[in-house]
Ligand binder design. Structure first.
Ligand code: CP
Ligand code: NVA
Length: 292
């Protein structure tokens, strides 16, 4: 039985198979979720992830059930263990967005069917699959790509970094604040295709194929990082330092005039809508790979 909790849990074969299924189902849908019931639990807000799973599941002929946490007896006195063991009696898979990755691990212990991480505080693997799919679709290759990441060190970045093991000569230059980096630095020792920068470096930007950012403060962040990160806003000036053929990416939702300006996100180098569209393409690939 498979789960989809982190990119780092996958083998290269798994990763390539998910991308391959995403691509194939994009031209030809099949009925791989026929008679399957998939529960959706969202502890935090979502537009893209929730809707793309709902529609993607329907397209593969499955059913989805929105589970409202506040309606469950888990909200009264029932244990996590009983709740998830019982849900496995009715459901074939769970899609969970949670404030704490530990809850995903706990759910995995008691729910003996596949679980998909729809974003946690630590990772956003569905987003990473979709973003890599978008890069492949746009550039026509998955090698020799220089990515710039601007801003916070967060769940979206972590999952993106984890894809690098599966890609050939793809690297990420990360521009962030030193104090934010200091909270994480030991975590990155094992990754050799990433490099951190604490000041804008024109030479690094001039060789980029793609610049990405995300909100400076993620959902449930306790400290406001905007003052530390505002020098890494992706604006017209930053874009002028990149090659004209480079693209701007953002997982969305974007906070305009915080991490990105409106002229950049709406500009002709922005591929954010293609990225959002591919969320559903990737969700279908993940669902098929799970063999629910
Ligand atoms: N990118 C992303 O996960 O968007 P939502 O929060 O709207 O699902
Ligand atoms: N890093 C953001 C991503 C939202 C899709 C967050 O966790 O809020």
């Amino acid at each position: 039985m498979k789960n989809f909790l982190n990119i780092s849990d996958l083998s290269k074969t798994d990763f390539n198979q998910i991308l391959d299924y995403s691509d194939k189902l994009n031209s030809n849908l099949d009925n791989c979720l026929k008679d399957k019931n998939i529960g959706l639990i969202f502890e935090k807000n979502s537009t893209r992830t929730r809707l793309s799973f709902q529609v993607g599941i329907k397209q593969l002929k499955g059913n989805f059930i929105d589970i409202r946490l506040e309606d469950l007896n888990l909200n009264r006195f029932e244990s996590f263990e009983d709740t998830f063991e019982v849900m496995a009696c009715y459901l074939d898979c769970l899609v969970i967005r949670t404030t704490s990755h530990k809850k995903l691990e706990l759910a995995k212990k008691y729910f003996n069917k596949p679980i998909i991480n729809a974003l946690s505080d630590l990772s956003h693997p569905c987003q990473a699959i979709s973003d890599i799919f978008t890069i492949k679709e746009y550039f026509g290759r998955l090698k020799d790509i220089n990515i710039i990441w601007m801003g916070d060190i967060n769940n979206v970045l972590m999952s993106l970094i984890e894809t690098l093991d599966f890609l050939e000569n793809v690297k990420i230059d990360i521009f962030t604040d030193k104090s934010i980096y200091n909270n994480y630095k030991n975590k990155f020792n094992k990754f050799d295709k990433i490099k951190f920068h604490f000041e804008i470096n024109k030479e690094v930007l001039s060789s980029a194929n793609c610049i990405m950012t995300d909100v400076f403060n993620s959902m449930n962040d306790k400290i406001d990082k905007e003052p530390l990160l505002k020098k890494f806003q992706v604006n017209k000036h930053i874009m002028s330092l990149l090659p004209a053929k480079s693209v701007f990416m953002h997982c969305l939702p974007a906070k305009i005039d915080s991490e990105v300006t409106s002229d950049v996100i709406k500009g002709n180098q922005s591929i954010v809508i293609q990225q959002a569209k591919n969320r559903m393409v990737a969700q279908r690939g993940i669902l098929k790979w799970l063999e629910i």
